[in-house]
Design a protein around this ligand. Sequence first.
Ligand code: TYD
Length: 135
Amino acid sequence: MKIPESRVIEVKELGDERGLLAVIDGETSIPFEFKRVFYIYNTISGVRRGYHAHYKTRQALVCVSGSCKVFLDNIRRKEDVLLDSPRKILILEPNDWHEMYDFSPNCVLLVLASHLYDAEDYIRDYEKFKEVYGG
Ligand code: TYD
């Protein structure tokens, strides 16, 4: 399945003889300002996680090391995205039900979020998700 280009942002890579450096700027690189950063790592082989959408949180996902896949479902379309480069940033809207899987052993999945953690902002039940965003 192909992801629309607009969902994946390629950040600029700054390199010199010492190696590479990539920058995510909250005002210009991604379409929202982030208040929270978390990262998922040491994921056990075969694990699939996520299984939720949000009411208001927008997110930007980047595999700063290794790779993983993200299944996305916004009811109108379902797609699978491979994140296999520290330059590739996947933008998730609140109405994107998402599941992360196929984590490589060295995967560090960095997530930038538009809001602070709030358990009330999660929709973890797929039927509820369809009720909220299906209409
Ligand atoms: P969880 O939402 O289950 O992770 P995933 O969606 O990747 O499967 O989060 C695991 C635990 O961490 C859960 O108890 C909630 C907690 N948590 C926070 O306290 N703050 C955060 O910013 C995040 C993302 C999770």
